[in-house]
Design a protein around this ligand. Sequence first.
Ligand SMILES: Nc1ncnc2c1ncn2[C@@H]1O[C@H](COP(=O)(O)OP(=O)(O)OP(=O)(O)O)[C@@H](O)[C@H]1O
Length: 630
Amino acid sequence: MALFLINRYVVIRVQLTSRAPHGNSFKLKVCVGSTGNVTVPISFRYLGDEEESASQNESRSKTLLAKLQRQAKERQLQVLSCREETPAIRSGGDEVDTAQKNGTSSRSQDAGAKRLAKKRKAGMSDQPGGGAKSTLKQEDSVQRVLPQWLAQPNVVQRDIKSNLVPIGSVQGICPKLLKKLENNGIQHFFPVQAEVIPAVLESVSNGLLIGRGGYRPRDLCVSAPTGSGKTLAFVIPIVQALSQRVVCEVRALVVLPTKELTQQVYKVFCTYAEGTSLKVVMVAGQKSFGAEQASLSQIRGGVSRSLADIVVCTPGRLVDHISKTDGFSLQQLRFLVIDEADRMIDSMHQSWLSQVTKAVYKNESGSETSIFRRREPGPITAASLSPPQMPLQKLLFSATLTQNPEKLQQLGLHQPRLFSSIHSATSTPAASQRQEKFNFPEGLTEYYVPCTLSKKPLLLLHFLLNLKFSPVLCFTNSREATHRLYLLVKLFGGVNVAEFSSKLSPSERKKTLKDFEQLKQNLITWIDVNGVKFVLNYDAPQFIRTYIHRVGRTARAGNTGLAFTFLLKIQERNFLQMVAEAGSPGIQRQLVNPECLKNMEDRYQQTLVQLASAIKVCMLQGCINSFPHK
Ligand SMILES: Nc1ncnc2c1ncn2[C@@H]1O[C@H](COP(=O)(O)OP(=O)(O)OP(=O)(O)O)[C@@H](O)[C@H]1O
């Protein structure tokens, strides 16, 4: 028999040379190329040999298994006795060192032996990785080291008022935009704007295609308190960078978590894009899907044309348009702004970012081999720089930007640069070991009010009626709680109050917000609203980021503001610890004299009865509405 196995480099020829007449073996001669010959003995088994071989194999493997088990037991016993004798081998050897120094080694040995016995009783392995507890211990002892860009950010001052920068002294802003800023009453930039605007402008100083030094521009992350002026920090440089464009294409995409925030940012873009040829479009579900499609692109003579340069959107609508709107192309996208980046990272399960990336690097059929096609960036080589491609630069903004590198990694940032108000003392590894620190506005004063569940509504009425706090933005933890509290306050009377929740239609929401902004009413909500004097957390938020976003609706733009949180006894410890660990400058206890509530109690009891029947009526109406009408 001759068999030829052709490898990439050698030809191997295999020849059967001899066979034993009754044995289970033969010899093979293997010829490698034309020179080397090797003779290999091969054993084999005839059909029918199985039964005998199987039983032989079984007994052989049983013996082997028993031997291995015996050896393993012996080794385990050895290790255990060794550990009991020399506790220094245990994790945390320093514990032993100090014990020996203190002359307490025998006690620590006893303790070690006891702990070991306990572990054995619990069936936990002491081998590395052999038990959940030991793994956790190992993880605990690993010190967290932040990547340099996170550990050493560009500093953004938190105190706005004493760090204002005259708009004329920030390099690179064109005279038209300076004029517009002045017309809008802006004479000075806030610290975050003075830092970030020049950084973005620098990345486009050689045009949209190449960054500084001919390289791809670095991504920017900005972490600054609520109300510190982050919006203008990206609006100004983007409008300036795109204002010289010739063809209308989507070159900037701004993604935000809610409709309200989208609307606010859209308004700011419109203000500063006015008078340029730039077109700003908002897609956040305010209009019908068809109307949004018509505002994004137009098909004329079979050719689609973009009608938007800057798109401000929520992730849900964005993904819908990427997949369903003909002519909505992101192939020329230059800036991707992720505002409220933390919340956007949390919504990453919607995979909106991967959809955006796919759309950015999508190639028309037939252009796969073109040298001009846009390719996902890889390592920089001479070939990858020529011809230059439109780079995608990500700009992240948040008041609660995570310092967790794993979370940030999901964003695929390119040589990121961080601008942050949290720095030096607080970003040491020891600090970051415990909990992330956040930005609190400088002018914010925080209070908590200890209370009981039954007294909470009365307390709210006390703040509104007796203390005359107005306008108050009051947060609950659900839509239903908002509605009930709104009905209660309204039925009690004497307070101008409105409800703001996702139950309202877009036009109702708009009107409610406008009335609130014009100080016509107080607001009970579970949604973010801007620019208020008093924030009242009727229900304590569970997460620190929610707390920061809520209290950040006041003390904006360098102004002062007060935030009160009602806390039940059971919530106090955890909540106060959460706020302190997050870097709050201090939350003060504010007691309310029970006597102050007494004068409202009778009226309050009557209101509760009215509320019960009002809710019944509402439920009945809901039931009737859910039946099909004839
Ligand atoms: N340079 C400035 N001079 C005066 N007012 C400013 C300036 N920049 C921003 N503002 C005002 O400050 C307020 C807060 O700004 P902005 O909404 O951009 O803050 P933010 O940091 O984005 O807040 P958040 O994180 O809560 O969204 C706005 O009312 C805005 O008009």
